[in-house]
Write a protein that binds this ligand. Structure first.
Ligand SMILES: [Zn+2]
Length: 581
């Protein structure tokens, strides 16, 4: 399989001026040597985004969104890196071979992903045979028509235990690999299909590659689980994806929101009815990876989980996590039926849309939740309730919300405003203390060493002269992250004989461990002047701090060392370091 090379990606980036590309989406105004615009990635009221033509990088000074021309298109269009490359190429009038555009993940897992595609087609075809009649009746009975079956890749696994396995063998796939992707099970060395007599639903990763299946019974069977899912494989990791994410991405932008439901049937039902900005958790609790995916959408999140206690509790904990990550969160609680799928089947899509028009704010949902299961005519419960409300409202730091809430409580429970205000002030003081501690920690972390190390990395991205200077005068960093980035820069430069921040961003786009830090470093350097003299200043600082740390480390080692000759060795090393200091 041909791949688009780094050189080709760089050539595209080189030909596509970031000012023209961003300017094709948003009006830009020139200010000094940079351009500014209203940031499309947060609720911006003044032009917070700066675009550097010289460096071919953009940065929002309010929300921190940053990157090169591909990053912008990725975020703005809601597509992955490779699709962003294709869009930029087209806008810049560059012809590229579309077949070359595959992500690294696809290239590495070529056979595995092909097998999943074959399985999907095989299952889909089964539905159309004489064996598929009952399953088709079942699907049609639930309002799932041909178009939806096609769009969501719904299919059927057959009764005979190894038909898919044999098909894959015939196509020359290795039996071990078939087992590894979870399409078959191993029973004492004999392989048989993982899914039998079930309606199958493909599960995709964030880019739309099939990585697993979920399969449900349809003939009213008892004594068996309603759904079975692919086991964890190198392709499928539970909780790493959101069902329907790759479909929903293109719709969330228009709707300015994403609806989060529990089950994939809920997501399919809503899509069937034309509400397409929907993703499913495939469970109740949001995972770290899923939060990252939701953050990438840059829209408000509407939680619409099941109508049971678990769904309600998950709404609370998921909402709390999302708020902490700075997302805007709303809540819909449907009543009567157990989940959105059933609700829409019984009450129709318009009833759902009414709910969608007026979702609770997460704060209001929380207030409702705090009241639940408390008997507010009892003074104990009432006091607990009011204290909890005050704590929550103090956490928001929203002056107007605080005022409205205090007024409401005061009226509803006949409490003096002074008392409430006094209590609130106490809570706010505690919060401020906490914030200060956190801020101090952040500052300590970003100490002089890290700040200077960031700058050195930034200079290295500006050309071979700076890379040489680093190799000549410093050579390494004491922390693993900067060391890894520096090594990647050197490697990149050796291969390409040229380097600049914008191209290096493309290069690290699939290197998860260092990508964020590189973005940060580049965005903090957007207005920096670069010269060897300034760089030498940072190198001297880092060198001095690393020597100090090394001496500290050796002194501890010395204390713990019992062997006399080794003690002398350590002492000599310390004296040597002190001389150079
Ligand atoms: Zn912004």
């Amino acid at each position: 399989m041909a791949v688009i090379t780094n050189d080709e990606i760089n050539a595209i980036r080189n030909k596509a001026n970031i000012v023209d590309i961003i300017g094709s989406y948003l009006p830009l105004t020139q200010r000094g040597k940079n351009y500014v615009c209203v940031c499309p990635f947060h609720d911006d009221h003044s032009p917070s985004m700066s675009v550097s033509e010289e460096k071919q990088i953009y940065k929002c000074f309010a929300c921190g969104n940053t990157g090169n021309v591909f990053t912008f298109v990725e975020n703005y269009e809601g597509v992955n890196f490779i699709d962003a490359v294709a869009i930029v190429a087209e806008k810049a009038g560059i012809d590229i071979d579309k077949r070359k555009l595959k992500t690294n993940r696809v290239l590495i897992n070529k056979d595995e992903l092909e097998m999943m595609d074959i399985a999907e087609k095989y299952f889909q075809n089964n539905l159309k045979t004489e064996f598929g009649t009952t399953a088709m009746d079942y699907l049609n009975g639930r309002g799932i028509n041909e178009d939806i079956i096609k769009e969501f890749g719904i299919g059927l696994s057959l009764d005979n235990g190894d038909s898919l396995y044999n098909l894959l063998l015939k196509k020359k796939y290795d039996s071990k690999k078939i087992l590894e992707v979870g399409l078959v099970n191993d029973s004492n060395g004999k392989y048989y299909d993982m899914f039998t007599r079930r309606i199958t639903f493909p599960l995709w990763d964030k880019d739309g590659n099939i990585v697993g299946f979920s399969a449900r019974i349809y003939r009213g069977e008892v004594d068996t689980s309603k759904y079975i899912n692919s086991r964890e494989t190198k392709l499928f990791k539970k909780g790493e994806t959101l069902y329907n994410y790759h479909h929903a991405r293109e719709f969330v932008k228009n709707e300015k929101s994403v609806i989060v439901v529990e089950g994939f049937m809920d997501a399919i039902r809503l899509s069937v009815e034309g509400v397409r900005n929907v993703v499913a958790l495939q469970g109740t609790a949001l995972t770290k990876e899923q939060i990252v995916l939701l953050k990438k959408l840059h829209v408000k999140v509407i939680l619409c989980l099941d109508n049971d206690n678990a769904g309600e509790a998950a709404t609370l904990s998921n909402g709390d996590m999302l708020i902490k990550e700075g997302l805007e969160v709303y809540v819909i609680r449907l009543s009567g039926e157990k989940d959105p799928d059933e609700y829409i089947l019984v009450h129709g899509i318009n009833a759902f849309k009414e709910n969608l028009k007026n979702p609770f704010t997460f704060f209001d949902f929380k207030m409702y939740y705090l009241k639940k299961n408390k008997d507010l005519s009892k003074s104990n419960d009432l006091a607990l309730y009011i204290n909890q409300v005050l704590e929550e409202v103090a956490n928001t730091g929203d002056e107007i919300l605080i005022e409205v809430t205090l007024n409401n409580i005061s009226k509803e429970y006949n409490l003096a405003m002074d008392v409430l205000r006094g209590k609130l002030r106490g809570l706010q003081k505690d919060n401020k203390k906490e914030v200060k501690v956190v801020e101090k920690k952040i500052k300590e972390k970003k100490d002089a060493y890290l700040l200077s190390a960031d700058k050195i990395i930034y200079f290295m991205l500006n050309g071979g002269a700076y890379i040489n200077e680093y190799q000549k005068k410093l050579g390494f960093f004491e922390d693993a992250l900067h060391r890894e980035i520096a090594n990647e820069i050197i490697y990149y430069y050796q291969r390409n004989n040229a380097i600049n921040p914008a191209d290096f961003i493309s290069y690290v786009s699939d290197k998860e461990t260092i990508k964020d830090e590189v973005m940060n470093i580049v965005s903090n350097g957007i207005d920096d002047d670069v010269s060897i003299e300034i760089m030498d200043g940072y190198i001297a600082r880092v060198d001095e701090l690393m020597v100090k740390n090394e001496i500290k480390r050796l002194k501890i080692e010395l204390k713990n060392e019992t062997d006399a000759s080794k003690k002398i060795e350590i002492l000599e090393r310390i004296t040597e370091l002190k001389k150079s200091d």
